[in-house]
Design a protein around this ligand. Structure first.
Ligand code: 2PG
Length: 256
């Protein structure tokens, strides 16, 4: 067992409910705001972290406002608004291609729940792609104007593609901070966090299929120096967390 000063502390938090989660729409890189409930969820996540005695040295988030505003609310609750925050598009949600804006239950009724589960959760089957020139094309959006190599920007992504950008970012930018003893908080998205969890937990493509991340519940990881997970737990009430995980899974079901 590693001694406490050799352990590395990381907390992941998915953004609170967004306006499009509430409407059950595929979101991806659409930059939608938190719902009123989502703000409350983020605040509750911050309070849970504070009450459990967590503190951080550096935070990371995506370019999307639902994650950024979640982080701001968490840090406000912890009286840590002053902490350094690094934003990167590499932690953006998985790009949902042409599905962005479609209702998940209607899509399940039209294409079948199995197909929707594959689009939502499979490791290597991407959703239908955006057409180049679509107004949602990231190559033409202001948000990505500083991305030098535009061909890395996607028209759609499966989880494998999200891992291909999020995992090298974690290894190059975040892992050294953890190694240096910094306590790190990452506020991101259901699927960009699944990308990290798949790597941390060494899950197979079949195992990751059934992993759903609940909104705004802090997920605490402790690693030893070899990146073995020595502790992993959600911070909050277990029944509430189980209900939230099930609610995420149910979003892809057709309405009966
Ligand atoms: O719509 C999305 O971008 C994601 C996260 O909200 O949804 P899903 O859980 O269906 O992958």
């Amino acid at each position: 067992m590693a001694s406490e000063d050799q352990l590395m502390h990381l907390v992941l938090i998915r953004h609170g409910e967004s306006e499009w989660n509430k409407a059950n729409l595929f979101t991806g890189w659409t930059d939608v705001e938190l719902s009123e409930n989502g703000v409350k969820e983020a605040q509750a996540g911050g309070r849970a972290l504070k009450e459990a005695g967590y503190d951080f040295d550096v935070c990371y988030t995506s370019y999307l406002k639902r994650a950024i505003h979640t982080l701001n609310n968490v840090l406000d609750e912890m009286d840590r608004a002053w902490l350094p925050v690094v934003k990167t598009w590499k932690l953006n949600e998985r790009h949902y291609g042409a599905l962005q804006g479609w209702n998940k239950a209607d899509t399940a009724a039209k294409y079948g729940e199995e197909q929707v589960k594959i689009w939502r959760r499979s490791y290597d089957v991407p959703p239908l792609a955006l057409e180049p020139g679509d107004e949602r094309d990231p190559h033409t959006q202001e948000m990505f104007r500083d991305v030098a190599m535009k061909d890395v920007l996607p028209y759609t992504e499966c989880l494998k593609d999200t891992i291909a950008r999020a995992w090298p970012y974690f290894q190059d930018e975040i892992a050294p901070e953890l190694k240096a003893g910094k306590r790190v908080l990452i506020a991101a998205h259901g699927n960009s966090l699944r990308a990290l969890v798949m790597k941390f937990d060494k899950l197979t493509p079949d195992e990751i299929l059934n992993v759903n991340i609940p909104t705004a519940i802090p997920l605490s990881y402790t690693f030893d120096q070899d990146w073995n997970v020595v502790d992993k737990h959600y911070v909050g009430d277990p029944d509430m967390i189980a209900a939230k995980i099930q609610a995420v899974a149910n979003q892809g079901k057709a309405k009966k």
